[in-house]
Design a binder for this molecule. Structure first.
Ligand code: AMP
Length: 283
């Protein structure tokens, strides 16, 4: 497994890489790798001849009051994970490598970034789309793999790739969960047992919404009410949003049809949790 830290070495590696011989798959991450990241790497391994994983805690996608400094970092474990998963190349740029002193360009996807996460984290997606553009330009992969766990992020990146004519296919991979349904996340490192227990209600609420749709409910407001009841917000738990949206545009729906995504974000004791479920509404 090769480890590269500079953009210059990455460019040299990429120039030598013959795209006709083997396709490159990129899995962008912020490290603290877990089974969710592994599933993306495994999907890339099955699809592509060469698998590249990037590990970079991107300051641009954190708000000023967010957890950039305390975000979990464990490079030796991450490298061990990449070795186990037979990754070909790990790109671990330093902060000043991707953002030198005179860095001044950002990339923004306007409409899709505005709602939901964008409302609570106004600079987040611009940070994501800027770093992903840089990574796609450097690696020029045929495929890039993202997790459904961050569903809005996937939609934003798909739009970015389409709008900027980037020659990469974006693949959405299923959310990996614990046995009780709790979605894996690097941030779970600093979630207490009782926070985790309470936060599980988010998955349960989304599941109740899905079940209600399967049972014939078609009014979004009723499904949302149903989900909110399960979440039972109160002291200690705040709902940022809980909504039924069109799976492509992320616009809120009033009557449910086609493919719908149930999106939710809650806060418990200063920790934010997001989750979602995609539901195909029967005709
Ligand atoms: P992160 O390191 O949190 O930026 O995530 C890197 C990639 O892993 C993103 O595409 C995430 O959506 C994906 N990911 C994170 N958690 C999970 C999970 N539980 N299941 C599947 N993919 C995930």
């Amino acid at each position: 497994m090769r480890i590269i830290q500079t953009t210059q070495s990455l460019r040299t590696w990429r120039r030598r890489h013959d795209p006709l011989r083997t396709s490159i798959g990129l899995v962008p991450t912020m490290g603290a790798l877990h089974a969710g990241h592994r599933s993306l790497i495994q999907r890339a391994r099955r699809t592509c001849g060469t698998v590249v994983v990037s590990i970079f805690v991107n300051p641009l996608q954190f708000g000023p009051a967010e957890d950039y400094r305390r975000y979990p970092r464990d490079l030796s474990q991450d490298l061990a994970c990449c070795r186990e998963e037979n990754v070909d190349l790990v790109f671990i740029p330093k902060l000043e490598t991707l953002y030198p002193q005179d860095f001044q360009t950002t990339v923004a996807v306007r409409t899709l970034s505005r709602r939901w996460e964008g409302e609570y984290r106004p600079t987040h997606f611009e940070g994501v789309t800027t770093v992903v553009t840089k990574l796609l330009n450097l690696v020029r992969p045929a495929h890039a793999f993202f997790g459904q766990k961050d569903y809005q992020q996937c939609c934003v990146i798909r739009q970015l790739v389409q709008d900027l004519d980037l020659d990469t296919r974006v693949t959405l991979c299923p959310t990996i969960r614990d046995a009780d349904g709790f979605a894996l996340s690097s941030r779970n490192h600093y979630v207490t047992k009782s926070q985790r227990q309470r936060a599980l209600a988010l998955y349960q609420a989304l599941s109740a919404g899905k079940a209600a749709i399967a049972g014939g409910m078609r009014r979004a407001d009723l499904v949302e009410k149903n989900m909110a009841k399960v979440l039972n917000a109160g002291p200690g738990l705040t709902i940022d949003y809980l909504a039924c949206c069109d799976a492509r545009t992320l616009e809120p729906l009033s009557r449910l049809r086609g493919t719908v995504v149930l999106l939710g974000a809650i806060r418990i004791g200063g920790v934010r949790f997001i989750d979602n479920l995609i539901v195909r509404v029967p005709q």
